[in-house]
Design a protein around this ligand. Structure first.
Ligand code: AMP
Length: 207
């Protein structure tokens, strides 16, 4: 399929985890604005310094900053046959800007109710050496890794509530926006990682 795919959903829906199967099936590179911003923060770049306070407060980074980041990334050669966006766009202005740069062919929305989100995020852990994401109860890490795992600074309950509010106020309307364009497929994001992957794979096959 030509064009780009957007993976849509609340924080903690499993977008990063489910991106893997879509990358495998389509060969499109994954572009995660959250990962790009975290890498800028850890490298201490100007962008990182600017983004950091928003991220730690659970707020969205300003649209102009994100749009600039995406424009640069899409100019790289691996992006020429479309990409998989994970965590972008998150506002209608971002989606409008994107529509001027590249074609979005499909949006896959992973639906998870609010009451599940906090547990999913607060139990999340990452292996900094491999980037693999675990969950203390839903995807327990091998015990030998447990002392090198890290928790994202914004994965605490207070910040999660702010991120969820930003999702409802700024991001969720975008689901309807893409729905009206007729390119949205919604999958049930509850259930096991394998079950959700099956639904995501079916949605990709039906594109
Ligand atoms: P994520 O890893 O997608 O949960 O993103 C972590 C944080 O990075 C978010 O809470 C925002 O502060 C920021 N962020 C990531 N992507 C975007 C975006 N598309 N627009 C605005 N802020 C973003």
């Amino acid at each position: 399929m030509m064009g780009s795919i957007v993976l849509f959903g609340p924080p903690g829906a499993g977008k990063g985890t489910q991106a893997e199967i879509i990358v495998e099936m389509t060969g499109k590179p994954q572009i995660s604005t959250g990962d790009m911003l975290r890498s800028a923060v850890s490298q201490g770049t100007e962008l990182g310094l600017e983004a950091r306070e928003y991220m730690e407060a659970g707020k969205l980074v300003p649209d102009q900053v994100i749009i600039g980041l995406i424009k640069d990334r899409l100019s790289e050669s691996d992006a020429s046959n479309g990409v998989l966006f994970d965590g972008f766009p998150r506002t209608i202005p971002q989606a409008e800007a994107l529509s001027e740069i590249t074609e979005v062919s499909a949006v896959i929305s992973i639906a998870v109710p609010d009451e599940d989100i906090v547990n999913r995020i607060v139990g999340r852990r990452m292996d900094p050496e491999t980037g693999e994401i675990y969950h203390v109860s839903f995807k327990p890490p091998p015990p030998e890794l447990s002392n090198r795992l890290v928790q994202r600074k914004d994965d605490n309950e207070e910040t999660v509530r702010m991120r969820l509010a930003a999702y409802h106020n700024q991001t969720k309307p975008l689901g309807d926006w893409y729905g009206n364009m007729g390119i949205l497929s919604t999958v049930d994001g509850t259930g096991t990682i394998q079950e959700v992957s099956q639904s995501v794979a079916n949605a990709v096959r039906n594109l």
